[in-house]
Design a protein. Sequence first.
Length: 447
Amino acid sequence: MKKHVLLFASIAALAGILFGFDTGVISGAILFINDEFHLTPLSNGVVTSSVLLGAFIGSLFSGRLTDILGRKYFLMFTAIIFIVGTIMTTFAASVGFLIFGRLVVGVGIGVASYIAPLYISEISPMQYRGAFVTLNQLSITIGILLSFLVDYLFSLVGSWRWMFFCGIFPAIVLFLGLFLLPQSPRWLMHVGREEKAKRVLMTIRTNPKEIEEEMQAMHDISTMHKATWKDLFESNVRKSLYIGIFLAVIQQLVGINAILYYAPTIFENSGFHQKTGAILSGLGVGIVNTLATIVAIPLLDRLGRKPLIYAGMGIMAIGLIFLFCAMELFHAKYFVVWSIMIYILGFAISLGPITWLMIVEIFPLHIRGLGSSICTACNWASNWLVSLTFLSIAQAISLPYTFFIYLFFIAVGTWITFLYVPETKCVSLEVIENNLYSGKKARDIGI
Ligand code: BGC
């Protein structure tokens, strides 16, 4: 394997840092924004969730363009959106402007959240695809960790504006790094630039035979199906759409962001009285998230996607049950912290990386952008739903009982995974596509 491909994947994965940073930063910043603007519960919810709405809009409306214009230039465009949005939020003089700035940042996140994994999946050698695409999830967790760190540091001086402003640095690095990236060879093939696709493959593969075979497989695929909008709902492709939407939605319904976004609040409620103490414990959660993702990277292509989903779901369930006991029965604040860490560990080895990985693996080339953008939009919509409803549900039935709802979705998710989700470990994107069109069952398209 050529080192270039790892470098290119790592650069594209920087988009994940922005995703993680800009979604995570709010959990600490909101405490201080509240103090400055005296938010009502409603405006609090809107400030927190405006980024999610932006991400929903960004992902929903960009898919077709990704297929037409290519992955690389779209990523550049998102880096610019991040920079503009970050400046807007940093200098926001009113709540309205702050919400608007967060919405703009959200559009960038929405687009980047699927284009980065998609690009990486299209340049990766198939036997490392799981690991390479998961670099993006690793960056997401690093971004979240950085956001918690920045939140902690600036909580000492009480400045939420500096918290937001720090997001500009990874955005600039991403923008500059993208100039080094080649176009995706698969996308080039799709738009008929076969010679260029071959030249790109020669920079990212070592073995000439492997290059010839990959060119041939891509060639067969790209000349076989011409794209139309209706293709997405064509009976074979519909399977991918259902699996993708399922993974995207279940990733959120298990409650990950209720716990991540509100970790400092949960800690404050469990007896950490100082804002900084609560944020500091959140930092510990971020560290576990990153470390566990590192553990997942080599396992994805070795054990496969489905075994990790089962293991992760089981660990998440244990974490939530512990969390319930810690809060409801024992009232022990450090037990709360540990339970949340167990839950995060489970997520980080399963639905965290695998959702983004499989969303881009299961669609045929000609509508990969569109298909994954729709699944991504569903992910952001469910993220928004969970974040918005979490506090109200917690108020209605109490915080510990809220976790049973997420437990329920873990059970449902595991069952549906067993029945319908395919194993895509070490199978080329072209084989998955051929299997789809040959009418195989959803769970068999990776065989
Ligand atoms: C999810 C995010 C979540 C993050 C946590 C991502 O895969 O899409 O919603 O905040 O993982 O690590």
